[in-house]
Write a protein that binds this ligand. Structure first.
Ligand code: AMP
Length: 222
């Protein structure tokens, strides 16, 4: 069972993927979290991608494909599959993912596009807080932590991601429209795309995603 969450930065993919992954027993794999962890541990890869990420651009396909396929293909036993968040982000990445899954006798069973208008994104991202330790996501107004500035799960001090600054968000949105938005047609053509308006209360989006996720699982097992 392999599901992809598509959508612009700030659409709520991270928040929703964490919840949906738990509900459907899918391993949540966020390419952004993977890269941020590499940077935090000071690896060669982390150093390679730092400037690109800070500029809001996409890291080269071969780099991210190698990193993500290694994780997708070594699925721990306790999970029924993966829930991909932030990968694939280009047609080249989507094709590489399809090929690798096919070789492993797996496939993309469903793709959900979270749709949020650009004008909502910049405002939303400016209030976003993230936990540098566990990746949990909060929002100053809409979804504040229980104790101001502290992660509910591990108490770490929450941060504004450096690439959440408005000028970088605009670059990330441009990259999304040029390179990632065409993936919707790619997956629509394969009959696996569903769309959910992401500009609704978190619980509503969660409810709709859960229903779609369950129907993807039902269809795959029938
Ligand atoms: P995210 O947390 O998904 O917004 O990702 C943060 C940054 O990591 C992006 O702005 C890119 O620089 C990089 N990144 C994450 N996923 C990918 C990907 N699939 N392809 C290329 N770059 C990526």
């Amino acid at each position: 069972m392999n599901i992809v969450l598509l959508g612009p930065p700030g659409a709520g993919k991270g928040t929703q993927a964490q919840r949906l992954g738990r509900a459907l027993q899918l391993q949540h794999l966020s390419s952004g979290d993977v890269l941020r962890a590499e940077r935090a541990s000071g690896t060669e890869l982390g150093r390679q991608v730092a400037a690109i990420m800070d500029a809001g651009a996409l890291v080269p396909d071969p780099v991210i494909v190698e990193v993500m396929l290694a994780r997708v293909l070594s699925l721990p036993e306790e999970f029924k599959g993966v829930l991909l968040d932030g990968f694939p982000r280009t047609l080249g990445q989507a094709r590489s993912l399809d090929e690798a899954l096919e070789k492993a006798g797996r496939k993309i069973d469903g793709v959900v596009l979270l749709k949020v208008p650009d004008e909502v994104i910049v405002e939303r991202i400016s209030g976003r807080l993230s936990c540098p330790q566990c990746g949990a996501i909060y929002h100053e107004k809409v979804q504040p932590p229980r104790v101001a500035g502290k992660c509910d799960r591990d108490g770490a001090a929450l941060v504004h991601r450096p690439d959440d600054r408005p000028e970088v968000v605009r670059e990330r949105l441009a990259a999304y429209h040029q390179q990632t938005a065409p993936l919707a047609d790619y997956y629509r053509g394969r009959g696996v795309l569903a769309e959910v308006p992401g500009d609704q209360p978190i619980e509503k989006v969660e409810e709709q995603l859960l229903a779609i996720g369950q129907s993807i699982i039902k269809k795959a097992s029938s």
